[in-house]
Design a protein around this ligand. Sequence first.
Ligand code: HEC
Length: 676
Amino acid sequence: MTRAVLLVSLVVLIAACGGEEANEAAAVVQPALAGVDDARLAAAADDGEEWLTHGRTWSEERHSPLTAVDADNVALLQRRWSFDTGTERGLEATPIVVDGVLYTTGTWSVVWALDARTGELLWKYDPAVAKEVGRRACCDVVNRGVAVYGGRVYFGTLDGRLIALDAESGAAVWQVQTTPPGESYTITGAPRVLEGKVIIGNGGAEFGVRGYVSAYDAASGDPLWRTFTVPGDPSKPFESEAMKQAAETWTGSWWELGGGGTVWDSMAYDPELGLLYVGTGNGSPWVRRVRSPGGGDNLHLSSILALDPDDGRIVWHFQTTPGDNWDFTATQHLILADLEIDGVVRKTIMQAPKNGFFYVLDRETGEFISGEAYATVTWATGLDEDGRPIEAAGQDYPEKLALVQPTFFGAHNWQPMSFNPATGLVYIPAQEVLGAYLQDPAYQRSELDFNVATHMNVFAAFPPEVASGHLLAWDPVRQREAWRVPHGLPWNGGTLTTAGNLVFQGTADGRFVAYRADDGRPLWVDHVGTGIIAAPMTYAIDGVQYVSVMAGWGGAFGLVGGTAARGVAVGPGVLVTWALPEAIPTPEQIEAYVTRTGELADGERAYHQWCARCHGAGAVSSSNIPDLRFAGEGLVDIALNGIPDTGMPAFGAELDEEDARLILRYLRKRKEETVR
Ligand code: HEC
């Protein structure tokens, strides 16, 4: 054994030992907490220790200034703790960490508060969403996380409620129904809180709804404003001038079909400009000839909207896909960044919506700065000087089937991207999926089921090779690819980038990988056992940097992928947290560890004396020889008598039954420490 190998295995052993102390310390965590206010949120960019809001800051860069874990040492990252969520469907949340507590959500809108150092469960809140609601969810019964503010934890539920919990106890303080009862609105997105207001949208455009976003008073839950994104019945008064103008871009009786334009995920906030940004979704139904038979852009489908957070008024809009016909939502992650373009620092907003174009806009005015295809785009030949797509002939499937790229899965979906100011790159969980669209002439509106007006069995006609994914590093100033890492499968996880020159991403096949942020070189991988779709996040407590991700396969492609999702990893839901080994131990520490006394130490010594050279150091098998952490009582007999005619020797001359039992005890301890 070389010295380096010996050291690494000792580090592993000692780190495992340190875990016990950390567990005891858990009891003293006082979650009297989450006293987050606007000043703290505004300063979040400078404070890498916590992760205070969904995208870490109001600008949503998902970039952490922490550098304890960096490109040079990330290879040593190891699991520090994990939390079994007990769930089996998609996990999409980004955890929030504040005051030593990690808050996150899972399937059916359940909320957990955990000790961020140990993963110990502090409390759990289950809003008891009726399971029938699952039928009204287009894309799994997922939830993308909470917001914390003023000692409270805010989250939306699949059945359309907004709930405020006490951050310390997990008890409900207030709840409001944000959607009309009986209609197929669902909440899967994370709320954002600013200036004492909780902002929440919802989904449902596959089920014939009309999109809107609302603000509630953070203290009382009182409704403050609601902004619709598409116009309603024009025979009734319009809610605003914006809706009156938008109605001029619609024809037919769209309001009877719903219209769509739901605000189901992305938001960002610029406190200096006083603008709240939201992305809006696709048309309902998908086929524009059905939705708006006389044509029209159908504002504000597939748009980025800048709102005045005081009253919800639409200050500017930018439509990415006028007259959406393909389920091209613009609800994808929005990032605010100041970029130097042509020698001038511009306040920009960036998005890589489903339609395949990467947009950079002036976030003060909504003016189009630049846009370029970041994936294969067949439905448009490019963008004009105002950023309006130039549609390609035949791609709107007038009479016959059209093969189109991107598709309803998007060249990028909700999985968050990240922006690193040092590399100047945006890291996009991108994908290439071929889609087929054919209008279904038998379409009838149904509130309970898919309402798209296209044939859905086109999926069944496809070979699996039509879908793949990759991590794409995009230069937003030059509007071109910097590098990419191909993944076999689409629907990989969101990204996190750090000042340690790192990008982290989970994959559909269950890997969690760290790459160099500047050139994409893979540096470290761990196998989590289930496909990862959520974005990782990072935080630091007492000088230790942690990296966490929710792992749980599901979501739209996760459920419907069929043979195109061949080879994905499907396992139980888990929140995994990694950290570096606490420290390279000193020779004195190593000696103290090696010579310590007690039954566990004796078992560990005996195991390493007699068994480890075949079954692996630390009781982790690294070969086809069985991993003894899973051994039962039968081990005692096998240890003494061996297994005849195999490579398993008999140790009856060296060990007695009591020695074998000590080994077994040590193995059980290691199982607890290392197997979730
Ligand atoms: C020289 C290599 C070697 C050493 C040393 C060794 N084993 Fe094994 N052991 C094996 C091999 C190979 C097998 C698989 C045998 C087979 O083909 O079923 C095995 C199998 C076992 C099994 C059965 C596991 C299962 O899941 O089927 C147990 C239990 C076991 N070993 C315990 C021990 C213990 C305890 C020690 C130390 C006291 C030890 N072994 C030392 C090589 C070794």
